[in-house]
Design a binder for this molecule. Structure first.
Ligand SMILES: [Zn+2]
Length: 228
């Protein structure tokens, strides 16, 4: 582990930490593609297929962009502009990943009369968040983190309005892994391999959410018709 840096500087991982940062997300790229395809083939109608495509793309996109960015940060960090572009893509992918993670629930479950607007609102939030990253990347790190936490937490309130609550426990458990992981995300230079540990928390959170989507929205067979 290297020394901690001031808030306005980027932590420089050791060689081992770089390798761990790449490996801890690279190993999930293929399983994400397979997982998304499994949901697609379990689909009973076009809405299930659309949700599977969105979710599978979000999941694969997250691990792929993260791996590309960490590889760039490790191997071509002297090309600052290139590395920064990969970093922006990584950060933008997180917004789309959050939207993609909620989409199957928002699209396939019966929601309250107002809350179904969250189906499209979440994509507007993802676009606003990634536009912010595109123009103001790394200007206000705490602001960016708050943006992610808000986007991660607000649709959860809508999920609680679902008529059928099966899967809510798994969703909350996955959310706890993301939330605890943030502590490691902020611990570069304090805890060895902190960023790789954060990656593992993300992978476990995503794994639990995948399990819930697979089990309750796809394996359970045709869902009651929702007000699409
Ligand atoms: Zn990372």
């Amino acid at each position: 582990m290297n020394c901690r840096v001031p808030a306005n500087k980027r932590y420089q991982p050791t060689e081992y930490e770089h390798a761990a940062n790449c490996a801890t997300h690279a190993i999930w790229i293929l399983p994400s593609m397979v997982g998304g395809s499994v949901l697609y083939f379990l689909s009973v109608d076009k809405w299930h297929r659309v949700a599977a495509l969105l979710y599978g793309s979000g999941l694969t996109g997250l691990f792929l962009t993260s791996t590309l960015f960490h590889t760039a940060a490790w191997k071509i960090s002297h090309l600052r502009k290139v590395e920064e572009r990969f970093h922006k893509c990584d950060r933008m992918a997180i917004y789309f990943f959050i939207a993609a993670s909620y989409s199957p629930w928002l699209m396939l479950r019966e929601l309250g009369p107002w809350t179904y607007h969250m189906r499209w609102l979440i994509w507007v939030m993802a676009c606003v968040g990634s536009t912010y990253v595109f123009f103001f990347h790394e200007r206000n790190k705490l602001g960016e983190l708050l943006g992610y936490v808000t986007m991660g937490a607000v649709p959860a309130l809508v999920i609680l309005s679902m008529v059928d609550r099966a899967g809510v426990c798994e969703l909350a458990l996955g959310g706890v892994f993301y939330a605890v992981g943030v502590a490691f995300f902020k611990s570069d230079g304090l805890v060895p391999f902190a960023h790789a540990i954060w990656h593992l928390f993300v992978a476990v959170g995503a794994g639990i959410h995948y399990y819930a989507i697979w089990r309750y929205l796809y394996l359970a067979g045709p869902q009651p018709q929702t007000s699409r």
